[in-house]
Design a protein around this ligand. Structure first.
Ligand SMILES: Nc1ncnc2c1ncn2[C@@H]1O[C@H](COP(=O)(O)OP(=O)(O)OP(=O)(O)O)[C@@H](O)[C@H]1O
Ligand SMILES: [Mg+2]
Length: 348
């Protein structure tokens, strides 16, 4: 991760692929996006993560040119494009619903963008075929979209977007309609594709695991503003706010009272469940509690524990760390709340 951080640091010293300044969008009284500043490096896999209605799609649409900002600027590769039409920007978008043309073959769908640009038939067929190969759909060109699976259709949409070789690819929840297995497979393929093509990806998702897996950096959105930007590791290990700590992964959040009680500090803080060892034998410094619920997850067990000291916490015990150990409701257990695993949160 460190490597990635410094890579992005170096990349950002060059002209950013995307530069947003004071970007704002209101729909009547709804402030969809408020005064956003953001630089995305060329070749970066950048994700926008946030709950429904937090403004992710609106930002993407302003970058693409489908939406005019109420205030602020969109600069692509050093050029102010705020007022340019979508087709005058070196950007392509993959929408959640694929939007394939049902009456055209897969090859015609992929070649469409080339046709609009006036590329000769032989050339566009060849390039479309190459794009299909890239998304591992070589030989599927003659089919109609209706004759494909959901994941294959999704890949046609991707091929259609990359065939024109945009500098920037915007992807709005492109995997949203897929089942978990296919989704995970497509995540790997997307990442490989991005590396091969070396184009800038801006990826919108509300799935935190997906964002963590794929991204060089993530911006966490909350009500139209960015709460925190960082590498997956930074966001997970050093969340700055309650919101980020709770949205990126699951966590224990201690308010001032709980922190004072457990650690003698009146701060707002958080500790990840996997950082809390649980055991049966009373030990010096450990805290005693009672299991409220033990949820078996296969690779781990999530244990909710009411501490004798008052607060209720969640711990995550990996399977294999003690294979024979079984956890059950009402069991008396010990936990080790090590202060070095405590992360201080800004109050908000
Ligand atoms: N055309 C519009 N007219 C009025 N309000 C809109 C319009 N488009 C978006 N909004 C509002 O702007 C806010 C941000 O919407 P946006 O679509 O950007 O959210 P999002 O983060 O993409 O959410 P989701 O995860 O549900 O797709 C929401 O409150 C939404 O209702
Ligand atoms: Mg959206």
């Amino acid at each position: 991760m460190k490597e990635t951080d410094s890579e992005v640091g170096i990349l950002l010293e060059n002209t950013p692929a995307i530069s947003l300044r004071g970007l704002t969008k209101s729909f009547g009284s709804v402030h969809a996006v408020s005064n956003l500043d953001l630089d995305i490096a060329s070749g970066e896999f950048f994700s926008m993560l946030g709950p429904s209605g937090s403004g992710k799609t609106t930002v993407l649409r302003m970058i693409a040119g489908f939406e005019l900002p109420t205030a602020g600027t969109v600069v692509l590769d050093g050029t102010d494009v705020t007022k340019l039409a979508p087709f005058d920007r070196d950007v392509n978008t993959v929408f959640q619903d694929y939007a394939l043309f049902g009456h055209m073959t897969v090859l015609e769908n992929v070649a469409y963008g080339l046709r609009v640009r006036g590329i000769a038939k032989a050339t566009r067929s060849k390039q479309a075929e190459e794009a299909l190969e890239m998304v591992r759909l070589g030989g599927f060109g003659g089919r109609k979209p209706a004759e494909l699976s959901g994941g294959q259709r999704q890949r046609v949409a991707l091929a259609r977007a990359i065939v024109v070789k945009p500098k920037v690819l915007l992807l709005d929840e492109p995997l949203g309609a897929l089942d978990l297995k296919l989704r995970e497979q497509m995540q790997i393929e997307l990442k490989q594709l991005q590396r091969e093509l070396a184009i800038t990806f801006v990826f919108v998702t509300h799935d935190q695991e997906e964002a963590l897996t794929l991204s060089d950096r993530i911006a966490v959105f909350n009500s139209g503003h960015i709460e925190q930007i960082g590498s997956p590791r930074e966001l997970y290990e050093q969340p700055k706010t309650n919101f980020v700590a709770g949205f990126v992964g699951t966590t224990n959040i201690f308010d001032e009272d709980a922190s004072a009680l457990l650690f003698g500090k009146r701060i707002r803080s958080t500790m990840r469940p996997e950082r809390i060892p649980v055991f049966e034998q009373p030990t010096q410094g450990a805290r005693q509690g009672r299991v409220i619920e033990a949820i078996y997850l296969g690779s781990a067990t999530r244990i909710h524990i009411k501490l004798d000291a008052g607060p209720t916490i969640t711990a995550l015990v990996r399977a294999g760390s003690d294979a024979e150990q079984q956890w059950h409701r009402d069991q008396v257990v010990q936990v080790d709340l090590d202060e070095k695993n405590l992360v201080k949160l800004e109050t908000n």
